[in-house]
Design a protein around this ligand. Structure first.
Ligand code: BGC
Length: 581
């Protein structure tokens, strides 16, 4: 049955348009490139910088404003490069500094800005500083760059506190002192090979300011700051009975709370400590010395949204990922609530809101939304787990993306979502590389399923990912259907749907636009708002929703149908953007 909506509109403005929004990052659509899985030029099966350069035309045609590159620095790759051994060099797996400069110049020539990842919470255990710390004595300056502590209990055999690692298992590892005796312990919120730095040490501050300058001098447009809420720990490192899990999303049946937050948040003594803000104030000053509106974006899994907004106060970072939006279930009231809360929290500090649905740490939204409770967020999906409905998931994912791109602010896309890629949910466990898999005692499959090399050409070996057909993770056979070349120029394909939406978003300046809820269209299964003069209607329910008389469609996740009444209808599980004549 069609829901016929009254044609008179009543609206509630929650965010005015911001014509003075001058800085590019306030409205930018930023595409995340995960270098090892984007495109491989060398043929070793691992993506690289020349591979990225070769595919920049795809990104230019897509119409994104910037790319963010996950780490490509020297690293033993125990956590896919988030374990950095040298912050000022490119890992040979990915190329050279000259390859980086060439990629940056090409991107800039195409009008695409480049943000790089900064990993300041921890180094690799192969970083020169950590090697020196292991060789030095307890209490030495070398150990003082990290969080070394004596153990508790007889002989110091127990870890200094009860914290657990985000990836599972204890957050402390004991070292053997240079004289061969069992020694101190060091803190690692992540893998054993990722020792946490001590951000009370001025030398650590100086080093990272120098790293910022190294990349700013090369011309990068900004930094995505890894674990931005974790660098400072509560004094004394007190015990904490809760989990240190960083990703604490929506759970079954949960539809959000008053402040728009969806999970318990991270409240332990390792997260969101006041001291982190001093670091960002200092970095803000460093970036301000450079031209071109360079920016910092926080990866901070912090709730409620009012706490997250503290990272983007005027003298701190510029953006923060909106994980409350990402973790909201496919539920119209919950989505309205999180959008209102997000805009309210960021408007209060004069920052843009960001929107994001997928990244390299979560199950792709095309698969999350195909789960029995759409939008739940398992930490990976394996062959024995309930499998998502692929077709429904993709349909909803496209609807969710159109909803997101219709919102004012800045939006992040994750490589492959423009192809509608699903998670690889049947990956052979023997291939898994995410330390989560083994650190959790094989209970959490982890993130490999969203990191599978992209399919560029349906008929080529490795779907065109590399010239040899090699891929560091096996691609599922279904990737043939999603390859970029079979979607190019095909009306209604996912890539063309993204491209069309991005073009309209840019042309109509929706990024700096407004948000007013359309109360006359809103319903239990409908999210409806206007941004400037564009009406965005997301229909999460099974019945079509009629658009007002005279609506002219400017973009849609699925083409609207015309009802017997002559009115256009938003089909089930679809989003339509329309202008009213
Ligand atoms: C990154 C992860 C990484 C972790 C440790 C995160 O938040 O996005 O991929 O494993 O930080 O660096």
């Amino acid at each position: 049955m069609t829901t016929v909506m009254p044609s008179s509109t009543s609206t509630t403005l929650v965010h005015p348009a911001s014509e003075q929004a001058a800085e590019w990052w306030r409205t930018a659509v930023i595409y995340q490139v995960y270098p090892r899985s984007f495109a491989d030029a060398s043929g070793d099966g691992i993506g690289d910088l020349p591979g990225i350069t070769s595919r920049l035309p795809h990104l230019e045609r897509l119409g994104v404003d910037a790319v963010w590159l996950s780490p490509f620095y020297r690293s033993p790759q125990h956590d896919a490069g988030y374990d950095v051994a040298d912050y000022r060099d490119v890992d040979p797996l990915f190329g050279t500094l000259a390859d980086f400069d060439a990629m940056l110049a090409d991107a800039h020539a195409r009008g695409i800005r480049v943000i790089v990842d900064l990993v300041p919470n921890h180094t690799s255990s192969e970083h020169a500083w950590f090697r020196a710390a292991l060789a030095a004595a307890p209490g030495s300056a070398e150990r003082g760059r990290y969080l070394f502590r004596d153990g508790r209990g007889p002989g110091g055999d127990e870890p200094p506190n009860n914290w657990t690692s985000v990836f599972g298992g204890p957050a402390w590892t004991r070292v053997v002192e240079p004289d061969g005796t069992p020694g101190q312990w060091y803190l690692h919120l992540f893998d054993t090979t990722q020792p946490d730095l001590d951000w009370t040490n001025p030398e650590v501050h100086a080093e990272f300011e120098s790293v910022l300058r190294f990349w700013l001098d090369r011309g990068v447009d900004g930094f995505r700051v890894d674990v931005a809420h974790g660098m400072v720990k509560a004094p004394g490192l007190p015990d904490w009975a809760g989990t240190s899990a960083m990703i604490d999303g929506a759970h079954e049946g949960e539809t959000g709370s008053e402040d728009g937050s969806t999970g318990a948040g991270n409240r332990g003594p390792m997260w969101d400590q006041e001291g982190v803000h001093d670091i960002y104030r200092a970095w803000h000053r460093v970036l301000a010395e450079y031209d071109g509106d360079r920016c910092l974006v926080a990866e901070a899994w912090v709730e409620p949204l009012s706490r997250l907004a503290r990272y983007v106060r005027p003298d701190e970072m510029h953006q923060a990922f909106n994980f409350s939006f990402l973790t909201t279930l496919w539920d119209a009231p919950a989505l309205r609530e999180v959008v209102t809360a997000s805009l309210g929290a960021s408007d209060a500090v004069g920052a843009p809101t960001t929107w994001v649905l997928s990244n390299h740490d979560v199950v792709r939204h095309a698969s999350r939304l195909g789960l029995e409770v759409p939008g739940t967020k398992p930490n990976g999906i394996g062959v024995g787990d309930p499998q998502p409905d692929e077709e429904l998931g993709l349909r909803r994912a496209r609807a969710a993306t159109l909803l997101m791109l219709g919102l004012p602010g800045s939006a992040y896309l994750y490589q492959g979502e423009e192809l509608g890629l699903p998670e690889h949910t049947t990956l052979d466990d023997a291939e898994r590389e995410d330390p989560t898999w083994w650190r959790s005692g094989h209970t959490e499959r982890g993130r490999d399923g969203c990191r599978v090399p992209l399919p560029w050409a349906a008929g080529a070996p490795g779907y065109g990912f590399s010239p040899t057909g090699a891929t560091w993770l096996t691609q599922p056979a279904s990737f043939a259907r999603y390859a970029a070349d079979v979607q190019e120029g095909v009306e209604g394909s996912t890539v063309e749907t993204y491209r069309a939406a991005l073009a309209v978003r840019r042309e109509l300046a929706l990024g700096s636009g407004s948000l007013a809820w359309d109360e006359s269209l809103t319903g239990p299964d409908v999210v409806a708002f206007t941004n400037r003069d564009v009406l965005v209607v997301a229909n999460l329910g099974p019945d079509p929703v009629a658009l007002p008389q005279g609506a002219e469609v400017v973009a849609s996740s699925v083409a609207p149908a015309t009802a017997g009444t002559g009115r256009l209808e938003v089909p089930a599980e679809a989003t339509v953007w329309a202008r009213l004549a």
